[in-house]
Design a protein around this ligand. Structure first.
Ligand SMILES: [Fe+2]
Ligand SMILES: [Fe+2]
Length: 186
């Protein structure tokens, strides 16, 4: 499906605020895809649609998983919101016919996963540093991106883990194993 059609479809499914976030992630995906030599069109499409399932209610998310044979793990059971990644990956396959790499990027955009390909890395980072987020450490992350994209991912994983600790909340196992994987790679 063409980008413009996808954009319309997403606009109908999200609040104004989340649609704006999606536009900002799309723009950041375009920038990073150009920088790291991945398919810009694919990157823009996953950027705009990565949170397609985010505004389903908890009930709707569980129902979607049941109806589409998506397995809910122990941590997702306690934090239903996490499921928007898995559900989103399934939806974009069925609605927009995204390829496997694009679906995988959406599937891993919240927690990360060891051995992510460059398209997945681009989305993972774009979702954290899109301009709507106004993060205070943007300059530092941009410096890391100049040095090595994996260093930026490691830093973002650390920030996510620290935030979860502060909130006394669960940390998804994929976040931990992605961090371990990147540490070993250094
Ligand atoms: Fe998300
Ligand atoms: Fe997002």
């Amino acid at each position: 499906m063409e980008l413009e059609q996808i954009k319309n479809e997403i606009k109908n499914r999200l609040s104004e605020k989340r649609f704006y976030h999606s536009i900002c992630v799309m723009e950041k995906c375009e920038e990073l895809a150009t920088k790291y030599g991945v398919n810009v069109d694919d990157a823009k499409k996953i950027g705009i649609s990565h949170d397609i399932a985010k505004e389903l209610t908890d009930k709707e998310k569980i129902k979607y998983c049941e109806n589409n044979n998506i397995i809910i793990d122990e941590i997702e059971k306690k934090n239903i919101s996490l499921l928007h990644a898995k559900i989103g990956a399934d939806m974009v396959k069925k609605l927009f016919n995204f390829n496997d790499a694009m679906c995988m990027a959406i599937r891993t955009h919240t927690t990360g996963l060891p051995r992510m390909d460059m398209l997945s890395k681009v989305l993972f980072i774009a979702d954290r540093i899109s301009k709507d987020r106004n993060i205070p450490d943007i300059d530092f992350i941009n410096d890391l991106l100049e040095e090595d994209i994996d260093k930026a991912i490691l830093y973002i994983l650390d920030s996510k883990i620290k935030l979860q600790i502060k909130k006394q909340a669960n940390i998804h196992i994929n976040t931990i194993i992605t961090r371990n994987y990147l540490l070993e790679g250094e």
